[in-house]
Design a protein around this ligand. Sequence first.
Ligand SMILES: NC(=O)c1ccc[n+]([C@@H]2O[C@H](COP(=O)([O-])OP(=O)(O)OC[C@H]3O[C@@H](n4cnc5c(N)ncnc54)[C@H](OP(=O)(O)O)[C@@H]3O)[C@@H](O)[C@H]2O)c1
Length: 232
Amino acid sequence: MRPDHIARLASRLDDDSRAGALRALVNNAAIQLNSPVEALPLSEWRRQFEVNLFGHIAVTQAPLPALLRHSGRVVNISSVGGRVAMATYGPYAGTKFALAAVSDSLRRELAPLGVRVVVVEPGAVRTEMSDRLITTANRLAAAMSPEQRDRYGRLIQATNAHSATHIKRGRPADGAARLIAKAVTAGKPRTRYTVGRDAALITRLSRVLPDRMLDRILAAGLRPHYPRTAMA
Ligand SMILES: NC(=O)c1ccc[n+]([C@@H]2O[C@H](COP(=O)([O-])OP(=O)(O)OC[C@H]3O[C@@H](n4cnc5c(N)ncnc54)[C@H](OP(=O)(O)O)[C@@H]3O)[C@@H](O)[C@H]2O)c1
């Protein structure tokens, strides 16, 4: 995050004659550091939250006066990972659960002031994210201790294979973009939009199923992706 860039943005937006009316802010940037909770160094946990949460908070605070002047809206791109946290998704899902909670608070704070807050929760979307997340997960796994590799190596391989398959079967990015455009422009936007049938299903299941049943469903989905041999 570059505080000087954000401050410059805020001062440009203060001058409506230069910037025009600000109608919407879309917080989209994210990185995904998949790792078992035990094995991710704290510096990487902080980086994950810096990009996916604190960055968005900073970029929301700066233009808020302009959004308030123009009854604009904030659209936060969360994830189905903001509803359900699979094994090794703790760092990423942690940021998305937090972003969803912050969005709920913000919506309740700003509704009386005329600014709407919308959360978009995509399931799998075909973007560069899958390649990036697998490269990153492998880099993080390579830095684990031998004991951690014994404990988690096969799980990491399974979640990598599962993510790759899931995203390959995902929605095209332009479909997701159309839904985000709807969240930005709809006269009366919903508080949340899911993107894709997978996201709608998982969101519904997470609301009604007991934790242990959800654990079993997620474990069953991962089972076919386990390697036959242990990680080197
Ligand atoms: N793809 C999916 O299946 C999926 C599913 C659920 C949710 N989402 C969410 O959808 C959003 C978009 O993801 P995507 O699939 O388009 O991922 P992506 O292809 O990996 O793109 C991520 C974007 O975030 C930007 N970014 C990363 N770190 C940044 C930083 N420190 N400062 C500023 N920008 C930064 C990247 O910019 P550079 O290219 O310049 O690095 C890139 O534009 C994310 O919030 C993600 O969590 C995606």
